[in-house]
Design a protein around this ligand. Structure first.
Ligand code: ADP
Ligand code: ZN
Length: 708
């Protein structure tokens, strides 16, 4: 089997490599870990997928005692504990679904000190009996996950969280780490005070998720556009957020009809169905989830490759949280927002009906969302500025950056539209207004006498569809408004008077430059080979996941499979170099994945290519079939020296090859003696050979040298 050296170190990076298989910390992770190790209370604000877990899990591994992790969702605890086990870390969760026997076992493991992490809900934590138990064990750290739940400002307030200050009162010497993906300042302040922290170290990571691409598409023909997008992404998982329950159901049905693996999810479903649907998505049995925003809370699935918003979200916070569910594993993920002003209209109507106390605030937030959708400048800069973070350069990974918009001075065009609108008493809807502008002789125009007004036909030179496009732009920037309560008549927007009389200039985008679906570039040969291997690895991962009854990403993330497909490791050591392959997973799954890659490489050899490492693999095959060095050499038409050197290299890179059995012990002794005299620096094997007067061939010398 694959051998694992013991870990004797106080260096957090060694733990990262050993247990998680990662070579480097992400920004701030190491500083956060050092802060905890120094005993300081610590607050961590990091976006979803930023890598918060290792910030408390590595201190938990390094410190004596057990770390108590407070987490609000029982479903998530189970996933996290499973993932920890897969990494070879002793962890458990404690909740009321367990038998008292199970609970006693966990308590015993804490007392013995074998458990490193114990997950518990705040309700359970705050019971008297649990406190009694906590007093008897050695606690290394309290980690408060989803710490924003403490703040009544936040979107996810949980009253039990406000009781957590008793931890500091009862255990003043145990450091506390609080983690959240919610960035706003009020929440941050509430966390530190609410937990009774003393002078905490606060770490605010960048909220920029560079691996998420951003794209806004026009909200027409959404279904067709979605189908086109999905066809470019076979076998990937993603979420389509819809506004209404009904549309989740109908969209899922339409996608199923087209042969996609789709399901729907919303709050009014039968709870059993809901759990089943969610589980199927986690397990990659269903690929596409059409859902309301009820879906996503408490979902840790790391390989969501894309998120589509079928409708405009209500505000940027929700939007950012929802797209944040894509690409948690750090691999590239796509986000698409369909934008149509009808959605804005629907929200405004809903708001007007409900007339909430903070109506003004909600409208303002909706407007910021609309500005994002409507932007002609880098979208990521807009998002980040909303969260008070500056991005000095345009991002290069949004549709505006990739496909810069050319704007022109549209002031006169806007004035023509406004003038026609005003002269018709702000009573006509969009299509009729365009008819007037284009000088149509339709019955509707003539009957009302609109052919008599001054601007009749003033916009003849512009096509009907283009006018629609410009008017939408003018609506989106506030020059024109839609009177929803007046049969959708167009009327003056807040900027109208400035455009007409105040000398305000308006920039418009040519309809051809308006957002259009991105066409993926054809794959190069290397890329499609990588895709092919990735696909094989993905299928293997799914098999193993089903056997183990866990979600696929718990075995390896997409990033790890991508790295494997790129590096094509054919030896255990090379597999160790793949990001995300820790020691435990190497033990558990290393052989299966190596076999798959080796099989792939062999196929390439048969196809007449010479991939890296292939020659050694062919030697290994023959060795495993019981051939001697000389037989392998004859079969492969190589010198026996080359074959011996392959075997030495294979053994050094982690394969189980018994080199000693390939050479007689007396001969080995004699050769070792000569090597002791002559030395073994670069190229000295020839000197050893000559010293022995050619008594032993290079194969034997190579083996002995390899054994030293
Ligand atoms: P969060 O809790 O902040 O949403 P996670 O802790 O779940 O994020 O981490 C997100 C993903 O990033 C996980 O797949 C995790 O294994 C991975 N990850 C964390 N730290 C690193 C690192 N230093 N290098 C590479 N991947 C990492
Ligand atoms: Zn950009």
């Amino acid at each position: 089997m694959i051998s694992t050296p013991p870990l004797q170190t106080q260096n957090p990076a060694d733990y990262l490599k050993r247990y998680y298989g990662y070579d480097r910390f992400r920004p701030m992770q190491e500083a956060i870990i050092q802060s905890i190790l120094s005993g300081r209370d610590t607050v961590v604000l990091m976006p979803t997928g930023g890598g918060k877990s290792v910030c408390f899990q590595i201190p938990a591994l390094m410190l004596p005692g057990v770390t108590i992790v407070v987490s609000p969702l029982i479903a998530l605890m189970k996933d996290q504990v499973e993932a920890l086990h897969m990494n070879g870390i002793q962890a458990a969760y404690y909740n009321s679904t367990q038998t008292s026997r199970e609970q006693r076992d966990i308590e015993a493991a804490c007392q013995k000190g074998t458990l490193k992490l114990l997950y518990v809900s705040p309700e359970k934590l705050l019971t008297e009996s649990f406190f009694h138990f906590l007093k008897q064990i050695n606690i290394s750290l309290f980690a408060i996950d989803e710490a924003h739940c403490i703040s009544s400002w936040g979107h996810d307030f949980r009253p039990e969280y406000t009781q957590l200050h008793v931890l500091k009162e009862q255990f003043p010497h145990v450091p506390t780490i609080a983690l959240t993906a919610t960035a706003d300042k009020l929440t941050r302040q509430d966390i530190a005070t609410g937990l009774g922290m003393v002078d905490p170290a606060v770490f605010v990571a960048s909220f920029n998720r560079t691996n998420l691409s951003l794209q806004v598409l026009p909200g027409q023909n959404r279904l067709q556009q979605i189908i086109r997008l999905l066809q470019q992404k076979p076998n990937t998982s993603g979420i389509i957020y819809c506004l209404s329950r009904k549309s989740t159901e109908s969209l899922a049905a339409k996608l199923q009809e087209k042969g996609f693996s789709a399901a729907f999810y919303h709050a009014k479903m039968d709870p059993d169905d809901r759990t089943k649907t969610q589980e199927a998505f986690l397990r990659d049995d269903v690929r596409i989830m059409c859902a309301t925003i009820a879906f996503g809370m408490g979902i840790d699935k790391s390989n969501v490759r894309w998120v589509i918003h079928y409708n405009l979200p209500k505000n940027i916070e929700s939007f950012y949280q929802e797209i944040g569910r894509a690409g948690r594993d750090g691999a590239a993920a796509q986000t698409v927002l369909f934008y149509s002003f009808a959605d804005v209209a629907t929200y405004k109507e809903m708001l007007a009906e409900n007339n909430p106390a903070n109506l003004g605030l909600q409208l303002a937030k909706l407007e910021r969302m609309q500005q994002y959708a409507d932007a002609h400048t880098c979208r990521r800069q807009i998002l980040l500025s909303y969260f008070s973070e500056e991005l000095p350069e345009p991002c290069g990974n949004c549709d505006v950056c990739r496909d810069p918009r050319v704007t022109f001075d549209g002031t006169i065009l806007a004035q023509k539209a406004l003038s026609a609108m005003i002269r018709t008493g702000e009573r006509v809807p969009m299509n009729l207004l365009i008819d007037i502008l284009r000088g149509s002789r339709s019955q509707q125009v003539l009957q009302a006498g609109y052919d008599q007004i001054k601007t009749y036909g003033a916009g003849r030179d512009i096509r009907f569809e283009d006018w629609r496009n410009y008017l939408h732009q003018l609506i989106n920037i506030g020059v024109i408004e839609i009177a929803y309560d007046q049969h959708y008549a167009l009327r003056r927007g807040i900027l109208a008077d400035q455009v007409l009389y105040g000398g305000r200039k308006i920039d418009l985008v040519r309809p051809d430059d308006a957002p259009k679906p991105v066409v993926e570039k054809p794959r190069t040969k290397t890329e499609s080979q990588r895709d092919e291997l990735f696909e094989r690895l993905r299928i293997l991962r799914k098999q193993l996941a089903d056997e183990q009854n866990v979600p696929a990403y718990v075995i390896f993330t997409d990033t790890t499979l991508e790295d494997m497909a790129r590096q094509k490791p054919t030896t255990p050591d090379a597999l160790r170099n793949v990001s995300g392959v820790g020691e435990r997973k190497l033990q558990l799954f290393g052989k299966q994945f190596l076999d798959e890659i080796v099989g792939y490489v062999r196929g390439r050899v048969q196809a007449g290519e010479k991939p890296k490492g292939a020659t050694q693999l062919l030697t290994l095959d023959l060795y495993n079939r019981g051939l001697s060095i000389d037989e392998i050499a004859a079969e492969r038409q190589l010198t026996s020296g080359s074959v011996a050197s392959h075997l030495v290299q294979l053994s050094k890179s982690g394969y189980d090859i018994d080199l000693a059995s390939l050479i007689d012990p007396y001969e080995r002794q004699e050769i070792e003696k000569v090597i002791g005299v002559v030395g073994l620096e670069e190229g000295r094997l020839k000197a050893v050979y000559e010293y022995l007067g050619g008594k032993y061939d290079y194969a034997k010398l190579t083996l002995v040298a390899g054994l030293l």
